[in-house]
Structures are given as C-alpha cells and as structure tokens.
Design a protein around this ligand. Sequence first.
Ligand SMILES: [Zn+2]
Length: 97
Amino acid sequence: MNRQQRRLLQKKIGANANKNMQEQLNLFHKLPEACSSCQEPFDKTNKEMVKSWNVMVKQEVVRLFCPECVRKANEVVDDFIEKNNIKGVKDDRKPTD
Ligand SMILES: [Zn+2]
C-alpha cells in the first residue's frame, strides 16, 4: 500500500465514522419525549434516565420504554413461559459459541 492509497483509505474510514456519528446524533434527536407504553415523561438531559431507559430502533422508528414498563414486559414473558410450560427457552437465550 503506498502513501496515496493509505491516505485515501483513511479518508474513507474517517468519512464513514463521521457519517455513523451523524446518524447516531440524528437518532438521539428522534428520541420520543415519553415512554412509548405508559407516557411517563423522559428527560434526555438526565444521565440516569438515559442509562436506565430502553431504546428500541426498528426501521427508523425509535421507541422508548421506562424501566417499569421493561420490568412488566419481562414479567409477562416469564409468566407466559411458565404457564405454557415452555422448556429450553431460557437456555436458548444463552449465546451459543
Ligand atoms: Zn413506561
């Protein structure tokens, strides 16, 4: 790889990194201002909230869930698994490598 090629590559990588950052920023601006489930207000300037709330992105649509709704959702799933006697589901959640 000569100098010019290396410079071109760096330029390319740099441009991509910037693009990704820009996309992340755009996503952040798209964050809803309340929980998508219970409408609990979300404060993006509150670091604790940013850390504990759950963001889900699906096809450019950003959804936000408060810890309480995430907990309830997990309970429903666990309850469903228990009631339906679904075996092996919890094992499947483990990474397989
Ligand atoms: Zn909620």
